[in-house]
Design a protein around this ligand. Structure first.
Ligand SMILES: CSCCC(=O)/C(O)=C/O
Ligand SMILES: [Fe+2]
Ligand code: NI
Length: 181
């Protein structure tokens, strides 16, 4: 189940609200320019599917987003708890950062916690299988994959160079809840 918790940025101990219905989550995020929707695969995806097979299963939705928003590069990132660099990767994504382009992620499997820092609010979005999230360029945010990561996500980029981040140097992420697993 996807969950949105909204906080005042100075009060990580108590959310202002917690939403669990997709329509409510999507409407609240839309107010701050963040897009959330659910996709269904057009073909079954077997365990061990290749990047191409994963992308093919969502080809119509991917082509629509590329057409509508100008994304040029698509790849698949997959992380499980046997990854030898999981602690370093987790620590990197847990630092508050921005991208010069939209962050667009579709969860094919597993889950992850995106936390967005917009004006004086913090939006913690637990994304799960079938969730597409699109965070506008320049939004301060961090991501937690948990101590035992498990996710497969399609990433769409405007930038052919792929993942580039500017870290803010703020320690805010350490004060907010992490992904529980
Ligand atoms: C779910 S994709 C990995 C996280 C990522 O790319 C990012 O930029 C997090 O903020
Ligand atoms: Fe990011
Ligand atoms: Ni799974």
């Amino acid at each position: 189940m996807s969950i949105l918790s909204v906080y005042q940025d100075s009060a990580p101990e108590q959310p202002l609200k917690v939403l669990t219905h997709l329509e409510d989550i999507a409407a609240t995020l839309a107010e701050v320019g963040v897009h959330l929707e659910r996709w269904e695969a057009s073909a079954p995806i077997g365990a061990g599917a290749s990047q191409e097979e994963v992308i093919d299963a969502y080809r119509p939705q991917i082509e629509r987003l590329k057409r509508e928003r100008g994304y040029v590069t698509v790849d698949v990132i997959s992380l499980t708890s046997d990854h030898p660099q999981k602690a370093e990767l987790r620590a990197k994504f847990l630092e508050e950062h921005r991208h010069a382009e939209d962050e667009v992620r579709f969860f094919v499997a597993g889950r992850g916690l995106f936390t967005l820092h917009i004006e004086d609010k913090v939006y913690a979005v637990l994304c799960e299988k079938n969730d597409l999230i699109s965070v506008p360029a320049g939004t301060r945010h961090w991501f937690d994959m948990g101590e035992h990561p498990h996710f497969v996500a399609i990433r769409l980029f405007n930038n052919p160079e792929g993942w580039v981040a500017q870290f803010t140097g703020e320690d805010i992420a350490g004060r907010f809840p992490r992904l529980e697993d």
